[in-house]
Design a protein around this ligand. Structure first.
Ligand code: NAP
Length: 253
């Protein structure tokens, strides 16, 4: 068993999750990297190999559909069997979008979205917290960080299910932060603005330019902007129950 801290990240195979894996490696965590699709296996392996080579940390891949409780149980069991019964960080990052108007959207599609984006965070926090409270205290804090969205802070047209899931993440974050503050577990969320990943790759250049023009900073963000927020949260000992939103000024309150 290694003495490094241990992190589990859901949806670590690509996009924001892959950049977060790199940040966890930089912070010297051994990392359980979850992905879901068969076609992402090679990509997830690449992400794992790159971070091990760059920082010398150990990685362990687990394929699991985090919308499903039993699959989450499998993911956590595998993590504990591989790295031991102390988990220091959980990053709930897996997410999908439907981008459909609320009349046309299929109810199976929004049930699936709520499963991946919100139920996964309920399942994973429920299953991982016992492996945090068994060793966390003020001097050895554990962290739960979940990826919300600006859609969780504001409404977005054709994203009712997505916005509901991402607001749910914020509610979960605040409640768990209160419940576990005295036990040394900090719970925070990141609400990214528009970030260039596969989620935006279907959008054509004209639409991307139009989107960028709505952002006060004038450009679409990079995955490193979100990984940077993760790094800050993991090292900011007095921060809990908060939502950090790197969004180029898209949401100003
Ligand atoms: P992405 O490139 O499409 O990556 C999505 C990730 O989620 C992949 O690793 C995917 O795994 C994983 N995933 C999807 N369904 C899963 C399931 N059922 N079980 C386990 N993993 C699953 O998206 P991204 O842009 O990096 O998004 C990451 C997070 O940021 C999401 O929560 C998203 O809502 C949020 N976000 C993104 C933006 C943006 O503009 N990009 C803005 C705000 C918030 P596979 O590779 O196996 O499919």
């Amino acid at each position: 068993m290694s003495e490094r801290k241990v992190a589990i990240i859901t949806g670590g195979s690509r996009g924001i999750g892959a950049a977060m894996v790199d940040k966890l490696g930089e912070l010297n965590y051994n990392i359980v990297i979850n992905y879901n699709s068969d076609h992402s296996k090679a990509k997830a392996q690449e992400v794992a190999d790159a971070v091990s080579e760059k920082y010398g940390v150990e990685t362990f891949l687990v394929q699991a559909n985090v919308a499903d409780f039993d699959s989450c149980q499998h993911l956590v069991d595998e993590a504990v069997q591989h790295f031991g019964d102390k988990i220091d960080a959980l990053v709930n990052n897996a997410g999908v979008t439907n981008n459909s108007n609320w009349v046309d959207v299929d109810h199976h599609a929004y049930e699936k979205l709520i499963g991946v984006n919100l139920m996964s965070a309920l399942h994973m926090t429920h299953l991982v917290l016992p492996y945090m409270v068994n060793h966390a205290d003020k001097d050895h804090q554990c962290n739960i960080v979940s990826t919300s969205s600006v859609g969780g802070l504001t409404g977005v047209i054709n994203q009712a299910d997505y916005c509901a899931s991402k607001s749910g993440i914020i509610g979960l974050t605040r409640a768990l932060a209160l419940e576990f503050a005295k036990q040394g577990v900090r719970v925070n969320a990141i609400a990214p603005g528009m970030i260039m990943t596969d989620m935006l790759r279907g959008v054509n250049q004209d639409e991307l330019n139009a989107l960028a023009a709505t952002i006060p900073e004038g450009f679409i963000g990079d995955v490193k902007d979100i990984a940077g927020a993760l790094g800050y949260i993991l090292t900011a000992g007095y921060l809990t129950g908060q939502v950090i939103s790197p969004n180029g000024g898209l949401v100003l309150s």
